[in-house]
Design a protein around this ligand. Structure first.
Ligand SMILES: Cc1ncc(COP(=O)(O)O)c(C=O)c1O
Length: 380
């Protein structure tokens, strides 16, 4: 009998029969050499690379390098953001009903109440829904810059009181711009980035928190390493450190940022030009930093994913609606757009080294799947 841990791994892995994975990091000799250099150096943690990685992510995000703090994951960066911005426990944090589970999870862990609101067709949080959700207990808005597109933070700033802090979960959006500016040129108090292997910049695991105040960043840096200021434990902290191995990998990837984005963008445009007629890409914007390629069609996403995988193409519902998950199914309100995207949005294989032959195979499989489900529908 298989143990539960193995079953969990099996549920999230792509399986041996899948020919085309959903995602795969692009690793070259440069990344290998960078990681080996760390192994040979003997300094695997608490070194200069994590600091440099945070500086470089800060610069790419339009922020001050002094405000960047490297962390062990995007989720750790989010948790740290709530802590160092001193979001009061028991307060309400407005967030989208559509997105990744880490976003509302950190709100719960901070002992705040996630107040879910609906999203726009793009999947990004709807500023008008944010406006309607504000109460006297609202401390902050935690919106996710999903799929490499930035939320309309200027509009969100306009519709909430000045005391409400804005936190951008930009874990999917390193390199994204809106109105010509990267995230830290927008009126957010903090932004977080994630560097899981599928992200624009892979560090295997890792994250970065960006804040505006250097003192706040200093405290965040201290908290990532047990609350030590170098000599003493000045407050109870965490181990949220990024290792030097992860930082070295991330730095080598940052050197290739343009090349990796160029490739992702070419793949996205090729997909868009070749989609079956009844399959639609999600709306995009010129400042997008390509991360995933998500489509909707009339068939339910669960069926599309199952049938693509039966044809050797890995796909994912992206994302299932958060309030359908057991963790949040007690939330009674309806979120029509989140429900629509959650039941119809499917992520297709998308990574820099995806070949044109693989893309053709994805489109052929997709055309078969949508034609199967809707007799007579166009799948040219
Ligand atoms: C929107 C969003 N927020 C948070 C996270 C969490 O990042 P990590 O997996 O690095 O903890 C992710 C990662 O997939 C994400 O996509």
């Amino acid at each position: 009998m298989r143990c539960k841990r193995y079953q969990m791994w099996e549920a999230v892995s792509c399986g041996a029969d899948l020919l085309i994975p959903l995602s795969r990091p692009s690793i070259t000799e440069a990344e290998r050499a960078a990681v080996l250099e760390v192994l040979d150096s003997g300094q695997l943690a608490n070194g200069p690379r994590a600091l440099t990685f945070a500086d470089r992510v800060a610069l790419r995000a339009g922020g001050d390098p002094w405000g960047g703090v490297a962390t062990s994951s995007g989720t750790a960066a989010l948790a740290l953001a709530l802590k160092v911005l001193r979001i009061p426990a028991g307060s309400e944090i407005i967030t989208s009903a559509y997105g990744f589970c880490a976003t509302p999870a950190v709100i719960e862990h901070h002992e705040c109440r996630p107040v879910f609101v609906d999203c726009l067709r793009s999947g990004l949080i709807d500023p008008d829904a944010v406006r309607r959700a504000v109460t006297r207990s609202t401390s902050s808005v935690l919106g996710a810059d999903l799929y490499g597109s930035l939320c309309d933070w200027h509009r969100i700033r306009e519709v909430v009181p000045p005391s409400v802090q804005l936190i951008a979960d930009s874990c999917e959006a390193l390199g994204a711009e809106r109105d010509g500016g990267a995230i830290m040129t927008h009126p957010v108090d903090a932004a977080t980035f994630g560097h899981f292997p599928n992200k624009q910049i892979c560090a295997a695991e890792g994250g970065v928190l960006l804040v505006r105040d250097i003192g706040v960043a200093e405290r965040a840096r201290c908290l990532t390493s047990h609350g030590r200021d170098g000599v003493r434990v000045v407050e109870p902290g965490f181990n949220y450190r990024m290792s030097e191995l992860h930082a070295a990998l991330g730095l080598a990837q940052l050197d290739r940022f343009q090349e990796l984005q160029q490739r992702r963008s070419e793949i996205a445009h090729w997909y868009t030009a070749h989609l079956p007629a009844c399959v639609r890409p999600l709306p995009t914007d010129p400042g997008r930093s390509w991360f995933v390629y998500v489509v909707t069609c009339d068939r339910p996403a669960v069926e599309v994913v199952r049938e693509l995988e039966a044809r050797g193409v890995q796909a994912r519902r992206y994302f299932p609606p958060l309030t359908y998950e057991p963790a949040w199914c007690h939330v009674r309100e309806a979120f029509p757009m989140a429900a629509h995207l959650g039941t119809h949005a499917v992520a297709l294989p998308f990574f820099p080294d995806l070949t044109t032959d693989q893309q053709r195979a994805v489109i052929e499989a997709l055309a078969e799947v949508v034609a199967d489900g809707r007799p007579g529908s166009s799948a040219a």
